[in-house]
Design a binder for this molecule. Sequence first.
Ligand SMILES: [Zn+2]
Length: 521
Amino acid sequence: MKHTLIALFSALLVFSCATPTREQSLVDRAVTAMGGADRLAGVNTVTYKGTSKQWEPEQSDVPGGEARFANETTFEGFIDAASRSSRTDYVRNFAYPAPRTFTFSEIVTPEAGFVLGVDSNGRNAQNMKMTPPAHSMSGLRLATTQRELRRGGSGALMLAMQRNPGKVQPAADINGQPAVSFEGFTVAFDPASGLPARVRTLDYDNVWGDVTYDVVYSNWRDVGGFNVPMTRKYELNGRMIQETSFTDVAFNRPVDTARLQVPAELRADAAKPATRNVPYQWVIRRQFIGTYLDSDNVSYDTRATQGLRLQELAPGVLQTQGGSHNSLVVEMSDHLIVFDAPVTDAQSLWLVGQTRARFPGKPIRWLVLTHHHMDHTGGLRGILAEGGTLVVGQGAGPHFRRVLAAPMTRNTDLPARSFHMTPILEVPESHVMSDSAGRQVIVYVMDNPHAKGMLMGWIPHAKLGYVTDIWTPGPPLPAKPNPGLVSVVNTVKRAGLQPERFAGGHGSVDEYQKLTRLVGQ
Ligand SMILES: [Zn+2]
């Protein structure tokens, strides 16, 4: 009996070795189609050049409308397999939010990441301090960059899957293509060629909740016996947001590893890759428009400030300060009004905690979003979980109805729940919110160049206006008025208001007279 069992067990072992699983067969076929395991294992260096274009769907002009073209980039770089490190040099020409060019390099090792040069208008304190400008990546950015490098390194990814068959698990087909899962990726294969066709991650987007993020490989070329996808299209929930074209790829050319060196100051405080709660979409897409703040707290620069605080601007009127994006809170007789829900639900939960402590028994009854852009709305669920009404400008209602109906099970800040019953109020021209004591807060739709349906807030008892993105009160005004600044003055005039100050969704608070002097009225 014992011998029979051993014999049977041995037979099963032989059987399982001889017959690869469906998943292993898909991986084996892909490795062969890409040049074979020996060739892929013999890669010491990869050098590359190419171009990319990026679009940002949640910075559109119209809520839910066409994605905003963000930038066009040329890049050149290399991977050194021995040190598992890479360097990529970028020249990024932005079209949005303003035309400008950033020239910078990214150096990524398994333990740390570095940025040489300026790659954002939201530079952190270290980047501003260093000469020439440079900083070590936050753990959030490092983890994101490492993930995306891995997704882009198609051959190395297939080889890793072949070498770790126990981690290659069954997955549902994607668009009729057989797929497997591996370490957070779902890889779908082209049934005709056997090549990998698509690499998916299941991400969280602060606006759209649970999303799929895919790279779709195409334009396969033979490069010295390696089969390389020269074109990669990146899709967010099926919508293309990035296209990368390699113009030049070579294997095992000599590389100058001295170009992986960085100043000792950067190495000294470099963060390790974050291992949990990485807001991949925020990190990836704020870079698309050159506004990413590279910090391990996405709301503020951990190297520059102690964190967020609520600043009282007038009795019962408070503004979030200390971070990159603000809210405004107005106290009414038995409730609160909040303007804007920026960045994340974590920031919103912080705000809710602050308001509960300061104004016990006064729930947030109204959440007013000045406009639909992701950086000022990404915390809407954290505020609306209080049970209030969402107030948006004319035309934005259907967009937010869809947003609030989207599943949000991968939200790391809030437990999953349904927001589809949240009341939404669309403001046609203006809307008055008042309390039993007669205090009023009014919102006005603005004719403006930044976003359709933009709202301005007006707090009469404080003679205070509130705007986001079209004027940043606090920092010096530009030398000449721009259309955004003019639209603030025009809205004030049209509504017949007499403001003394304005607070902003960025910046702090400033005298309204400075603006009227500039605009010349
Ligand atoms: Zn905006």
